[in-house]
Design a protein around this ligand. Structure first.
Ligand code: NAD
Ligand code: ZN
Length: 346
């Protein structure tokens, strides 16, 4: 769990003090700022207190983070010849995961793909701060940094991937376009549903997921409240990180890998067809209707049987989530034919 947080509109103003304290007046101390490229030249973030020593990286997030991209940024930070006193990630799951990965890689030799997996990180990471500017993934709270490598999309799952401090400031969420806003928020709704339906959970994750679900429903079917959304997103992240995803995420990975769909969008496309497994899909559809979002049909006649087959294979690789959803006998329950039947509806 993250140990320290600031929560409230304007909370980002605490960043300056946090960084100055870390620098403690040392002349050559510097920080690495990983900021979503949306904020470049926008005049939304006050960075006037940074010095010429600090390294500001406007991260490309049009694609989800790749190991090769992270490795390039780590080399860039290393070219300073000394370690930074802090790494800050400001953005969505993508920018925050890049920041987490950099903080780990700076003190651990070798390429980032070596650390994709569970508890492979040996040395303590650099102090890091996360600041979400879009809510839903819960990445600011979790112990993983999700990266796409040459052979797999898999997180650096480690205690060293947890932010030391996070800043939850609803003011930063106001510029997200409606569709992206909803897709990322629904990632949280789906994390909760999968966590609740799974077998790997406990009273803590159930409590977090139930309350987070209720909050999301109040926010999207009642009154929008961005601060409440940040909290719901964090609770959903904590629930799922301490239990497991289920049927929707494996299907979404197939869509993302084969067709390049962004995470939240792929989640929505998949969840929309999973009413037979998750009662929450009914409410999800009401939310889409209220926000006037019509999900397009992705699996069209142009998609070949080979592509469908690869998507099904990518889905069925996710043994842990599927076993969480269906039990140890999942292979006899969730067949490839069933996966293809579901994909064809999407
Ligand atoms: P994202 O970070 O990929 O950003 C989505 C888009 O929103 C980008 O185009 C970005 O520029 C834009 N954006 C972000 N903030 C904005 C703002 N305030 N105003 C305008 N535009 C803004 O989106 P995401 O859905 O938060 O993250 C998805 C990534 O998170 C995926 O790579 C996924 O694998 C990962 N993820 C990580 C975890 C974790 O625990 N580490 C959990 C779930 C998902
Ligand atoms: Zn997700």
């Amino acid at each position: 769990m993250v140990q320290y947080y600031f929560l409230g509109r304007g909370a980002i103003s605490n960043l300056q003090d946090l960084l100055n304290n870390k620098k403690a007046g040392a002349k050559d101390a510097f920080v690495v700022m990983v900021i979503d490229h949306y904020f470049e030249n926008k005049n939304i973030l006050d960075l006037s207190y940074l010095s010429a020593e600090d390294l500001i990286i406007y991260a490309e997030t049009d694609e989800e983070p790749k190991t090769s991209y992270v490795d390039k940024l780590v080399d860039l930070a290393r070219s300073k010849g000394r370690l930074p006193v802090a790494v800050v990630g400001i953005g969505g799951g993508s920018a925050m995961d890049i920041a987490k990965a950099i903080s780990v890689l700076l003190t651990n030799e070798g390429p980032s793909e070596n650390y994709q997996g569970w508890d492979l990180v040996k040395n303590p990471a650099i102090y890091k701060i996360g600041v979400p500017t879009i809510a839903g993934t819960g990445a600011e709270f979790t112990r993983t940094a999700v990266l796409t490598g040459p052979t797999k999309k898999l997180g650096i799952n480690s205690d060293q991937s947890v932010f030391d401090q996070i800043i939850l400031d609803a003011n930063l969420l106001t510029t997200v376009p409606k569709e992206q806003f909803l897709y990322t928020a629904m990632d949280c709704y789906v994390h909760n549903a999968e966590s609740l339906l799974g077998r790997i959970n406990d009273s803590m994750t159930i409590a977090l997921a139930e309350k987070s679900t209720k909050m999301i429903e109040e926010i999207f079917l009642g009154e929008m409240d961005l601060e409440k959304l940040l909290v719901a997103s964090g609770m959903g992240g904590l629930a799922v990180a301490n239990s497991a995803v289920g049927i929707c995420h494996p299907l979404s990975y197939g869509l993302s890998i084969e067709l390049g769909l962004r995470h939240g969008y792929a989640i929505c496309i998949a969840f929309n067809q999973l009413e037979e497994y998750y009662p929450q899909v009914k409410t999800f559809k009401e939310i889409l209707k209220k926000y006037e979002i019509v999900l397009p049909k992705i699996i069209t006649d142009d998609i070949t049987d080979e592509q469908l087959d690869r998507m099904a294979e990518a889905t069925l690789k996710n043994e842990n989530p599927l076993s969480n959803a269906f039990g140890p006998d999942w292979k006899n329950i969730f067949s490839k034919a069933k996966v293809i039947e579901l994909l064809k509806k999407m």
